[in-house]
Write a protein that binds this ligand. Structure first.
Ligand code: CP
Length: 317
């Protein structure tokens, strides 16, 4: 199921996209494309039969939880979903104790939480793969689904221009990483006070020097979108920032992706949004529901990208 590429991901954890090499990123995307095609042909292999996967949600989720739960089941694994705040990694127990007990029951841990440091600590203790299902810093599984969607519609990722307009949040960081790994031209436009973290930009510039990618950050949405192949935005108010909502709506004026902004991109440009969207804030209905929008394909690809990732992490090389 991995084609001509060797599975170098067996047993690894993925806490951010830069945990993958450029070749490993392509391996995940190619495996997802193969598995997706096979599933549609009625080939329903269960390579993880007998395994169990903990799916821990410390923040709200619809897409991530549903796609991981269904993906695990389709692979033949048993999903153990813990979304109650009193279940995993709570009640005062140390990360060490929870991780070392949990791994006696399951074969991989998928976790959505707040601090990146927490998923790193879990991965340090765990002898099984750990997958970041969103932290305040990164959302690698969404990034894989988005790159898969772009690849399906545009072919090779290298050389494509990906424009992101909005908050310098976990998705912006993830597009910097995914674009750097896959040789894309990445342009990020944020308000000056909501820029991406400098250390992420610097790390991505180092990767870009090896892959031929370019990384550019600025504050002008029109500059970012001009002649882009892919235009992306995300909520201006991420989980945890709700009290800042009104302030953010003011600060992000001019950053809404509307038809006028899309007109600066290539005629055949596609639009992505990881959802949930705040229609009328970061994006208009016209763009969300327009011909260039791939938002529902993108959401479906969470399932295919994560299935491929779990398969590669949880099967022997
Ligand atoms: N895009 C995304 O992660 O969606 P959920 O928050 O619904 O999981």
């Amino acid at each position: 199921m991995t084609g001509s590429r060797k599975n170098t991901l067996s047993g690894k954890s993925v806490l951010r996209l830069l945990d993958l090499t450029p070749e490993e990123l392509q391996l995940v995307l190619e495996t997802a494309q193969t598995q997706k095609a096979e599933w549609s042909l009625g080939i329903h292999d269960t390579p993880l039969s007998g395994a169990a996967i903990a799916i821990i949600m410390e923040k709200p989720s619809m897409r991530t939880r549903a796609s991981f739960e269904v993906g695990a089941a389709r692979l033949g694994a048993h999903p153990v979903v813990m979304s109650d705040s009193r279940s995993a990694f709570s009640r005062g127990e140390t990360v060490q104790d929870t991780t070392l007990v949990l791994e006696r029951f399951v074969d991989a841990i998928v976790i959505r939480t707040f601090e990146q440091q927490k998923v790193e600590e879990i991965a340090e203790w765990a002898s099984i793969p750990v997958v970041n299902a969103l932290t305040d810093m990164f959302h690698p599984c969404q990034g894989l689904a988005d790159l898969l969607t772009i690849k399906e519609h545009k072919g090779d990722l290298a050389g494509l221009t990906l424009a992101y307009v909005g908050d310098g949040n976990n998705m912006a960081h993830t597009y910097l990483e995914g674009g750097a790994l896959s040789g894309m031209r990445v342009r990020i436009a944020t308000p000056a006070d909501f820029a991406c973290d400098e250390f992420v930009i610097e790390e991505c510039e180092e990767v870009a020097a090896l892959t031929g990618a370019t990384i550019q950050v600025g504050t002008d949405p029109i500059w970012a979108v001009t002649d882009a192949d892919v235009v992306i935005t995300d909520t201006w108010t991420s989980m945890g920032d709700e009290e800042e909502h009104d302030m953010r709506v003011q600060a992000f004026q001019g950053f809404c992706v509307d038809a006028a902004l899309m007109a600066h991109a290539k005629e055949d440009a596609v639009f992505l949004h990881c959802l949930p969207a705040h229609r009328g804030e970061e994006v208009t209905d016209e763009v969300m529901d327009g011909e260039q929008s791939l938002i529902y394909d993108e959401a479906e690809n969470r399932l295919h990208a994560q299935k491929a990732l779990l398969y590669l992490l949880m099967t022997k090389a």
